[in-house]
Design a protein around this ligand. Structure first.
Ligand code: C5P
Length: 238
């Protein structure tokens, strides 16, 4: 399969057509953004880390029965994925308090949340991705109640599988964001990326953050955290 014209470009990735109508070429950029794109910095090799980590996590989940858009990793920064109709919703799952959960509800960080909290956000840059609930999603014809249930169930399962995997690597998964889409056959599948750009990870060995909070909070070079995640995944999964 060969890479063809640009189809779409987001803050962290660009999507290109390929010689197959069913497959697109997903290229991870060497760029970090915060504040919905208002802060943007070029970071050499970042795309390599997010692409390689994503590949490990999608393959791990696929082996455990989670269908996704992932096909294969084709280069340092690029993967082939199935072309989907994306659902314009970000699904956040939280195992402990962190980030916006602490500010929105005036909570101390790192308190366990049982069962895990699930939140939906509508993807709309001009609206700053507002939180949206089930009845709003149904009334706006974005999803049916049945699709929402399927997404909730799948998101919890993904959270559990990744929590267990990271625990084996001495890493705690605090929270994560996932996105879903529909295949041509109308199957619901996990999409987008799975990397420290979209999840909070804490090293159990020294309580250091290994994710994009390093960049958001200007605590140093995020590549140091991403490299630890990639190294431990590679050591465990090969
Ligand atoms: O900012 P907040 O605390 O709501 O983030 C929860 C989780 O969702 C974090 O892991 C964050 O990286 C992820 N997230 C994301 N994309 C967004 C918002 C949050 O990946 N637009």
């Amino acid at each position: 399969l060969k890479k063809e014209g640009l189809l779409a470009e987001g803050k962290a990735k660009a999507v290109y057509a390929t010689t197959s109508p069913e497959i697109v070429w997903l290229e991870h950029k060497d760029e970090a953004t915060a504040l919905n794109g208002k802060r943007k910095v070029r970071i050499e090799d970042k795309g390599h880390y997010t692409n390689q980590i994503s590949g490990y996590l999608f393959r791990y989940l696929k082996e455990r029965g989670i269908p996704s858009h992932y096909v294969k990793t084709v280069s340092a920064r690029a993967s082939l994925v199935k072309k989907l109709t994306m659902i314009p919703v970000e699904v956040v799952i939280r195992n402990v308090t962190a980030g916006h959960f602490t500010t929105r509800f005036a909570q101390a960080p790192m308190q366990p949340l049982t069962p895990p909290v699930q939140e939906f956000y509508l993807k709309a840059d001009e609206l700053d991705d507002p939180m949206i609930n089930d009845s709003q999603l149904v009334a706006l014809s974005i999803l049916t109640q049945g699709q929402i249930e399927a997404i909730r169930q799948q998101a919890l399962r993904i959270n559990q599988l990744l929590t267990d995997l990271f625990a084996d690597l001495d890493i705690q998964l605090l929270d994560l964001k996932v996105e879903f889409g529909f295949t041509k056959q109308n199957d619901l599948v996990l999409a987008d990326e799975l990397s420290p750009d979209n999840m909070r990870l804490q090293d159990k060995r020294n309580h250091q953050s290994l994710d994009k909070d390093i960049f958001r909070q200007k605590k140093g070079d995020l590549r140091l955290g991403y490299a630890i995640v990639l190294d431990r995944l590679a050591a465990k999964l090969g």
